[in-house]
Design a protein around this ligand. Structure first.
Ligand code: SF4
Length: 251
């Protein structure tokens, strides 16, 4: 770690190191080690990262993208969030198209840079069948809390219902005149659902725009449940919200 780093930068780097060193979820650690050893045939000449995958991007950042967990032969192999599989191809294409990544590159750890953006996940270890257990998500929640605090994001993109629920559990919809308490509840997950919040956990924040999207998993993109047009609409909205005057926002 460079000695020229500011205190917040140093703490951000320390968080990534804590993540990489974490061994709390024995099931995920054992699974990850086994995958890294047995490998997929098409990657048998590669050395798998094989550990928890840290956040990608530098804090603070205007946009925080929250995914589910590293894919066994994607991020768990390459060591960078959403890198090395088709989900990443979709995500980095859209990020680049709307000015959140320098290029569309999605295949290797060092082939791209984010612009004012961080990519994180509710679980930082690859789970069997892409399904982290509730307890494992709970174990990893301290890292999501720390990431939210460091990022100071003004917009949060939740990829899939589990990411949405994780952010919903930490936020409350901002009140607006004549709204009842009932309507201040965060809406249920849907592709394109959104709300504004001024509180994350117990911490007041500047107004933050939260939006949900179907996850760009092959299950969704191969079936046409999520199309490039639908995904671009989400990123267009994010860009619009981050560009407009924060004092004049509507969800
Ligand atoms: S999922 Fe999170 S809490 Fe569990 S071992 Fe991986 S980094 Fe640690």
């Amino acid at each position: 770690m460079s000695s020229n780093l500011s205190q917040p930068e140093r703490r951000w780097h320390q968080l990534q190191q804590q993540l990489v060193d974490c061994r709390q979820c024995s099931r995920l650690i054992a699974y990850g080690q086994d995958v890294a050893k047995t490998k997929r045939k098409s990657f048998e000449d590669q050395i798998y990262w094989g550990r928890p995958v840290p956040n990608f991007g530098d804090a603070p950042a205007s946009l925080l993208v929250v995914g589910l967990a590293p894919a066994a032969h994607g991020a768990h192999r390459t060591g960078r969030m959403f890198t090395g599989d088709q989900s990443g191809r979709w995500l980095y294409r859209a990020l680049h198209r709307f000015g959140f990544a320098e290029t569309e590159a999605w295949e290797q750890k060092d082939d791209n840079r984010l612009i004012d953006t961080i990519i994180t996940a509710v679980a930082h270890c690859a789970p069997p069948d892409n399904k982290p257990a509730r307890e494992e998500i709970q174990n990893c929640s301290r890292y999501l809390d720390a990431t939210l605090e460091h990022s100071q994001a003004r917009a949060i993109l939740c990829l899939g219902k589990i990411a949405w629920d994780a952010i919903a559990a930490r936020t409350q919809r901002s009140s607006v005149p004549r709204q009842t308490n009932e309507r201040r509840k965060v809406p249920a997950f849907a592709h394109g659902a959104s709300y504004l919040t001024t509180q994350i956990g117990s911490r007041p924040t500047s107004e933050t725009f939260v939006i949900g999207s179907y996850h760009p998993s092959q299950q969704n993109t191969f079936t046409g449940r999520l199309t490039e047009v639908m995904f671009d609409e989400i990123f267009g909205k994010l860009r619009e919200k981050l560009t407009e005057d924060p004092n004049n926002r509507a969800p």
